[in-house]
Design a protein. Structure first.
Length: 689
């Protein structure tokens, strides 16, 4: 199967969408710059058609409701003014009041019918404007027949109220308000000129008053509409900014919970998901399972195909697993370098076995070639371990995860490419990690922990100038505990902090303070580098043992899940100020080596032993040469690990590396036996370091 490019395999982040189809037509991002331009325009400039459409569309429901309810108010006021008719024009008051009630009721009914049939805002406002004019003309047509002509002539001044209703009470567009006011004004002048005899002074005074009211109300209406539009623009701009902030927040949250390579949940997100499942289990007893899948011989895949192909393989596996667990309503995340974790609500062991087998077969079915395995298989496969909640489960979620982890190791021990379910009744399933954790708490006081030293030879001089310190732990019965077992437990429990301090102090005491060796290296856990005050602890030890910092080297393993945060960089910087050397260990086995070389000036880089295992292969020789050239161009010294034969020594001699380490140089040994492997000349170097 041919692997695709990383670009094609990365899960793209979905863009945020919201609202109905109509609202999506108002996408704020489309109008961002247009709004700024619109706000900067002078009042007399033409408006943007696209923004006006959005403005009208958004105001449509409000305009419809406003026209309806304002008409209710206007009808009530119109009818109540009938009381004044009985005072000023009592002879026609019955007729005018009847007309008011009739036209008011008609207006109410017409608007309600239009509202029920879903008339648009423009139709409602046009109708309301016509009703205002009709109501004024109806009253005026009757009032002019009153014998109280003087009262009528003054009473007609209330016609300006109809202008105010059209321009101020209703939220009409300027065009509707202006035409309504014009028609009211025309009706007034027609009555004044042709029906009611008035003096020139009256015509001049009240005509001017009507024109003034017309101009004033028209201007206020235009101003209000302009302000409404500008308020809309500012609100629209605020919405756009709010959406940008929300999208940025969602993107950051998504990135913080997403593995950048596979697009699956990262360890932080899947841990949170695991705790949610666990909380549900504690409150509702809803069972769920933890399934761990680890790609078999992935390190050799990386070694032979390169990290780019390794990344593509991880992407393919992640997507295959995501598809496979979909029917189980599960959640999947990348838990480590080549380890994936699946969480799923399951009822019993039979469902768990089916899911675990689905996970295993999903990896095998993608048939990614892996010709350099040691078990006869020629495709990428995965070992799977799983555990499910039980009534007798521990009160800690970590126990369930640990059970799945132990099941995974059992699957690997059973030949890989297989499934193993945790069985609490199996005596072999006992959890020794708690015993090791308890042992680590007293290991230093009981002298159960010790150091051995493996020589490091300078290739140019041929002398053993330095040693690497390696920690060993034994049980109370004398059984050795492999570092691969007790170091992760020490990191998880925090015991690594005290063990690390003890290791540095012991190296200084056993070797450096009495100048048995030019310098020594100590492996440092990521937990120590992140711990506040680590560099101060190293400084205190060097000062107490009277050892120059230049004689101590700290080895940081590339394979560690090290985040180059400010605390780590600050710790490395403080160690440098003490003169302590910073080495990069196991270069080529992790995913961040090149990034570290860019960000940190390492004094030396240790190339992993996997790159010299098969130097008879021209491809491996070329790769080793390229790696050495890459590191040399960055400036650090170069050490190659795993030298076990004279042939390897001879080949590496042609590459002019700085240091060699391996069983061919010397096996790890206690401090008492270090002197036998140290060249006498090496001690003279300590004065120059």
């Amino acid at each position: 199967m041919k692997l695709g490019t990383r670009k094609n395999q990365r899960n793209s982040l979905p863009r945020r969408t919201f609202g109905s189809g109509q609202e999506r037509g108002d996408r704020l991002s489309r109008h961002g710059d247009l709004v700024k331009t619109e706000l900067a325009k002078p009042w007399y400039a033409s408006r943007s058609e696209s923004l006006v459409k959005v403005y009208n569309r958004r105001r449509e429901p409000y305009r419809r409701a406003d026209a309806r309810y304002t008409m209710w108010v206007a009808v009530v006021i119109y009818i109540l003014f009938g009381l004044l008719d009985f005072v000023l024009i009592p002879d026609v008051a019955d007729a005018t009041t009847g007309a008011r009630i009739l036209f008011g009721a008609a207006a109410f009914c017409i608007v309600e019918v239009l509202t029920k049939v879903g008339a648009r805002a423009n139709q409602l406002e046009t109708t309301c404007a016509g009703i205002i004019v009709a109501c004024y003309v109806a009253w005026l047509s009757i009032a002019v027949y009153s014998v109280y002509t003087l009262s009528v002539s003054y009473y007609m001044v209330f016609g300006t109220i109809f202008m105010m209703v059209a321009s101020l009470l209703f939220n009409f567009k300027p065009i509707y308000a202006i035409f309504t006011s014009i028609l009211v004004t025309i009706a007034f002048f027609v009555a004044m000129i042709f029906v009611i005899p008035v003096s020139l002074n009256y015509a001049l005074a009240f005509g001017t008053f009507y024109f003034s009211c017309f101009a004033f109300t028209a201007y206020v209406n235009w101003k209000l509409n302009l302000e409404r539009y500008r308020v809309f623009l500012n609100a629209f701009q605020a919405e756009r900014r709010q959406e940008e902030l929300a999208e940025r927040r969602d993107t950051l949250l998504r990135l913080s919970n997403t593995d950048p390579l596979t697009g699956l949940m990262n360890r932080r997100a899947i841990d949170e998901k695991l705790r949610q499942f666990w909380s549900t289990w504690l409150t509702t007893s809803t069972p769920f399972a933890v399934v761990l899948a680890d790609i078999d011989f992935f390190k050799s895949f990386n070694d032979y195909h390169g990290h780019q192909e390794g990344d593509r393989c991880l992407i393919y596996v992640g997507k295959a697993l995501q598809r496979a667990i979909a029917p189980y309503n599960g959640s999947i995340g990348r838990y480590g370098g080549e380890e994936f974790i699946i969480l799923a609500p399951l009822a019993d062991d039979s469902q768990l076995k089916a899911l675990a087998e689905t996970v295993r077969s999903a990896v095998a079915d993608i048939t990614v070639n892996h010709q350099h395995r040691k078990d006869g298989e020629n495709i990428v496969t995965a070992s799977v371990g799983a555990s499910i909640t039980r009534r007798q489960s521990s009160s800690k979620v970590e126990t369930l995860l640990n059970e799945a982890d132990r099941a995974l190791y059992s699957a690997k021990a059973s030949g890989r490419n297989c499934v193993h379910l945790f069985d609490p009744s199996d005596p072999k399933s006992g959890d020794d990690s708690e015993a090791v954790a308890a042992l680590l708490r007293t290991a230093i006081d009981r002298h159960l922990v010790s150091l051995v030293y493996q020589p490091i030879q300078s290739l140019p001089s041929g002398r053993v100038d330095a040693v690497e310190s390696l920690m060993r732990l034994r049980m109370l019965d004398g059984t050795d505990v492999p570092p691969s077992v007790f170091i992760p437990i020490a990191e998880r429990t925090g015991a690594i902090l005290e063990l690390g301090r003890w290791a540095i102090d012991t190296v200084c005491q056993e070797l450096l303070s009495n100048r048995h060796i030019a310098f020594a290296t100590v492996n440092i856990s990521v937990v120590q580098l992140r711990a506040p005050g680590f560099s101060k602890t190293v400084e205190d030890i060097l000062h107490e043992r009277r050892v120059p910092g230049t004689r101590l080297a700290i080895e940081v393993t590339e394979g560690l899940d090290l985040e180059l945060n400010s605390e780590v960089l600050r710790s490395i910087g403080s160690l440098r100020q003490l003169g302590v050397r910073i080495w990069l260990d196991d270069f080529g086995t992790g995913f961040a080596g090149l990034s570290w070389l860019r960000l940190i000036d390492f004094d030396a880089v240790k190339i992993d032993r996997s790159f010299i295992n098969n130097l008879s292969n021209n491809r491996d020789v070329t790769m080793l040469r390229d790696i050495i050239e890459l590191v040399r161009n960055r400036g650090p010294q170069i050490l190659v690990e795993g030298v076990e034969t004279s042939e390897q020594m001879e080949i590496l001699g042609n590459y002019q590396v700085d240091y060699l380490q391996g069983y061919f140089i010397g096996h790890p040994r206690p401090s008492a036996n270090v002197g036998a492997i140290i060249a006498p000349q090496a001690l003279q170097m300590s004065n120059q370091l």
